[in-house]
Design a binder for this molecule. Structure first.
Ligand SMILES: [Zn+2]
Length: 112
């Protein structure tokens, strides 16, 4: 059975299957609102799926690093230690925002 991708024309949800779902799992519209994606558009989605997951995971890890840094800052062991945690927190912010910007770029190009 050949798997195809179908996109909800109302909310953008992408379903995988041999045919479109009876009801959109996100916005509940009926099957006739789904459009089959071209093989080119489907390929973009498949090839970016893992990459987007990696970006999402890095965003979560960066948030965890920021939390740990804040805890370290609050403990105020010594000035150098606080400075190190402040730098780490800023770097975590950069990592998170860079991944978010990349995800936003993927979405705007249909790589989602
Ligand atoms: Zn929908």
């Amino acid at each position: 059975m050949e798997m195809k991708l179908f996109k909800c024309s109302v909310c953008g949800y992408v379903a995988e299957g041999t045919e479109a779902p009876d009801v959109c799992p996100k916005c509940n519209v009926k099957k006739d609102k789904f459009v089959e994606l071209s093989s080119e558009d489907a390929e973009k989605i498949y090839s970016s799926d893992r990459t987007n997951s990696i970006h999402s995971e890095i965003i979560l890890l960066a948030e965890r690093i920021a939390e740990l840094s804040e805890e370290g800052i609050e403990l105020k062991l010594d000035p150098n230690c606080v400075t190190a945690f402040e730098k780490t927190e800023n770097e975590a912010w950069v990592m998170k925002q860079r991944c978010k910007a990349e995800l936003a770029a993927h979405m705007s190009k249909g790589k989602w």
